[in-house]
Ligand binder design. Structure first.
Ligand SMILES: NC(=O)c1ccc[n+]([C@@H]2O[C@H](COP(=O)([O-])OP(=O)(O)OC[C@H]3O[C@@H](n4cnc5c(N)ncnc54)[C@H](OP(=O)(O)O)[C@@H]3O)[C@@H](O)[C@H]2O)c1
Length: 276
């Protein structure tokens, strides 16, 4: 049987890095793309093909995908949209340009790459597109408004695409992790520092007591946090099962929040979420 190919974005750390290794270990030809050239070089040294794809830069999306298709002879069995970041801060303190910037990576870039891949999958007669959403794609938490908005938008776009693709041989699948060990918090710090004037905020004391502690002090893993391999396990099912599920939840908080959202009145759910 021919080796199957997958393009993964955001492989420098966390879920993308674990997915690249996990899928290669079970026989996939993995194109482990990274945002930065030095990370691509690191992944190549680990034996991966690693095109550079920065979602915020259309030229790299086109060039990166072209590199993949040149290598495979024009086919791609699966795409795992994964690379993303957070910009922590209260909604009232988020400059609109901060939202524009995060949407460029977490949403518009994913759409652009997905659109470019769909004709390839249509032509070859099959394909799977897996989107790394989040528990924060269906419930909200304070201080995470920017990230939350991108994941809610992603859920809307993905669900629409999934319904539209019913008459094609392409499966569109969501993964919704809760807390997973990765560099996501650490990687959000430059975005916080770039965009949030926390010392000029009416919430300065809350930033001091809560958010900055969470960002800058290593308090160990979150409750119910799982290693990135927990996501890779679900990703493998999404890619390899004859009939994949439409949505894969990962971690206890995701299952809990899905249940709370169905059962609790909105004010009660707000109270639960405000503890975060
Ligand atoms: N960790 C969690 O608790 C959790 C929970 C739910 C969902 N998720 C989702 O899981 C996915 C992976 O995150 P992670 O937890 O593994 O965090 P991570 O360790 O910070 O990895 C994020 C990856 O995305 C890349 N990235 C950032 N900006 C990018 C851009 N403009 N273009 C392409 N790639 C870019 C990063 O590259 P650089 O190193 O170059 O910045 C990095 O490789 C994200 O979609 C995230 O929303 C994570």
């Amino acid at each position: 049987m021919a080796q199957k190919s997958v393009l993964i974005t955001g492989c420098s750390s966390g879920i993308g890095y674990a997915a690249a290794h996990g899928l290669r270990d079970v026989g996939w030809r993995v194109f482990a793309s990274c945002r930065r050239a030095d990370d691509c070089a690191r992944l190549r040294a680990e034996g991966f093909e690693s095109p550079r794809i920065d979602y915020a830069d259309s030229a790299t999306i086109n060039a990166g995908l072209t590199e993949v298709l040149d290598a495979t002879g024009g086919t791609l069995d699966a795409l795992f949209n994964n690379g993303a970041f957070g910009t922590p801060g209260a909604v009232e303190d988020l400059p609109t340009d901060a939202l524009r910037a995060i949407f460029e990576t977490n949403f518009f870039g994913w759409h652009e790459l997905t659109r470019a891949v769909i004709p390839v999958m249509r032509a070859q007669g099959h394909g799977r597109i897996v989107q790394c959403s989040s528990v924060l794609g269906f419930v909200t938490m304070p201080w995470r408004g920017a990230y939350n908005s991108t994941k809610y938008a992603l859920e809307g776009l993905t669900q629409t695409l999934r319904v539209e693709m019913r008459d094609t041989p392409i499966d569109v699948i969501l993964i919704q992790p809760g807390p997973i060990t990765s560099k996501i918090r650490q990687n959000s710090i430059p975005h916080f520092e770039k965009w949030i004037d926390w010392e000029g905020s009416v919430r300065v004391e809350q930033y001091r007591r809560k958010l900055r502690k969470r960002l800058y002090e290593d308090r160990g893993p979150d409750a119910f946090e799982l290693p990135a391999d927990a996501v890779v396990k679900k990703l493998r099912h999404a890619l390899e099962a004859r009939k994949p599920r439409l949505t894969y939840m990962v971690t206890t908080p995701t299952f809990l929040m899905a249940t709370f959202r169905r059962l609790l009145p909105v004010r009660a759910l707000d109270w639960v979420l405000s503890r975060g």
